[in-house]
Design a protein around this ligand. Structure first.
Ligand code: HEC
Ligand code: HEC
Length: 162
């Protein structure tokens, strides 16, 4: 009796683990393919009249991106109705909001030329390390005046610290 109970408990447990694991991998697979889909829609519908640059210079939430997409559809962008939600989701994921502050504009203007801002958002550092990273970016070819360097450093150290 006892062993049957513990066997069925074990079976139940592994069943739960299996279900949980497949739910997680399902969710991960779905979001990866959703994001690929969003990127595809962007490439087909949004690169017709301009390149990625005006998109890279925005940092918007869902509402903000929905407004932009509507405005672009009014200008003549061709996006199927069912493609609008995955497109907006992708835009928020890749070009989502940034904390307000004096350095935000500099970041959007100067730091989106060679790579996207995911690199910056994921890079949590101390103020000293941010100063080193910014100096390294100047060596890579980024252009910042002394004043912009100081403002941006303050912004990054405040908002993206370890
Ligand atoms: C039919 C041409 C056309 C297509 C297609 C198009 N755009 Fe635009 N877009 C423009 C023009 C023209 C501007 C220049 C700014 C203006 O006139 O407001 C612009 C500017 C922008 C800007 C800068 C901010 C702004 O509101 O002016 C963003 C962001 C943008 N587009 C995003 C998109 C996205 C996202 C898509 C895909 C859904 C897209 N565009 C497709 C014509 C287009
Ligand atoms: C001229 C091109 C260029 C510009 C402009 C640029 N970067 Fe970079 N950035 C790079 C390159 C290249 C790398 C990759 C270096 C590597 O992988 O070793 C990088 C990597 C990074 C990283 C990751 C560093 C790490 O150790 O993982 C951060 C953070 C970063 N950049 C921040 C910025 C900021 C902030 C700005 C705006 C001032 C900026 N970048 C502008 C070229 C640039």
């Amino acid at each position: 009796m006892k062993s049957t109970l513990s066997t069925s408990l074990k079976t139940g447990f592994w069943l739960l683990v299996t279900i949980a694991a497949s739910a997680i991998s399902f969710a991960a697979g779905r979001s990866a393919s959703q994001s690929e889909k969003g990127e595809q829609i962007l490439n087909t519908s949004c690169m017709v009249c301009h390149d990625l640059r005006p998109i890279q210079m925005q940092a918007l939430d869902t509402e903000g991106w929905a407004k932009v997409v509507n405005a672009m559809v009014e200008k003549g962008a061709q996006v199927k109705t069912e493609d609008i939600p995955p497109l907006i989701e992708y835009l928020v994921q890749s070009y989502g909001p940034l904390p307000e502050g004096a350095g935000k504009k500099i970041l959007l203007n100067k730091c989106t030329i060679c790579h996207d801002l995911k690199r910056v958002k994921q890079h949590l550092s101390s103020p000293e390390e941010w100063a080193e990273t910014l100096a390294a970016m100047l060596n890579e070819g980024a252009s910042l005046s002394d004043e912009e360097f100081a403002v941006l450093l303050g912004y990054l150290a405040r908002n993206f610290r370890q």
